[in-house]
Design a protein around this ligand. Sequence first.
Ligand code: ITT
Length: 198
Amino acid sequence: MRKIIFVTGNPHKVKEAKEILLPLGIAVEQNKCGYPEMQEKNLEPIAKFGAEWAANKLKTEVIVDDSGLFIEALGGFPGPYSAYVFDTLGNELMLRLMHGEKNRSSMFKTVIAYCRPGEKALVFRGEVAGEIATSIRGTGGFGYDPIFAVGGRTLGEMNEQEKNKLSHRYRALVKFSEWARGDSNSGSPPCQGDVITS
Ligand code: ITT
């Protein structure tokens, strides 16, 4: 079985990645070495830079995951600043920001960046459309899950299996696993810096 190092400080991401990737033939191991997070408007450059930095530091192939909640009525805020905003405002104040707002449309996005030492990172995107709930609902998941609803239920109201069948992270990791399967079969040639954008 192929094993991949997942560089992240977030244990919830690791748990989800393990549950999603193990049935797809990829074992996941967490590394908490961290990486510098660039200030960017999009998730892709942040994830790519992080993966390249971590692959060179650890001298092995790695993945990193940069995720964000993009709220339409707030012009895509908090987007790439989701971690900082969650730590400073949290879900209650986010809901207060959205108080009285009729347009609740939002998107959760994950970018998985994969990199080998000395090479350019590849990126795999996953997104799920949803709505910002009007109250905090559910105790499952983590982060923004209790205020982000898909099909009328927040991700916090879903069990792990339900979330992991439709989430932004699931969609990005499935794309990564499809690429990894081909990569393993081809005897792991260099990535040559291609970026997968689908
Ligand atoms: P690493 O950078 O160490 O991987 P992080 O938690 O800082 O961990 P992000 O910057 O990608 O990761 O996360 C942005 C924020 O969005 C952060 O507050 C997360 O808790 C939250 N988040 C990420 N994925 C989520 C998910 O699936 N459901 C709910 N919230 C999520």
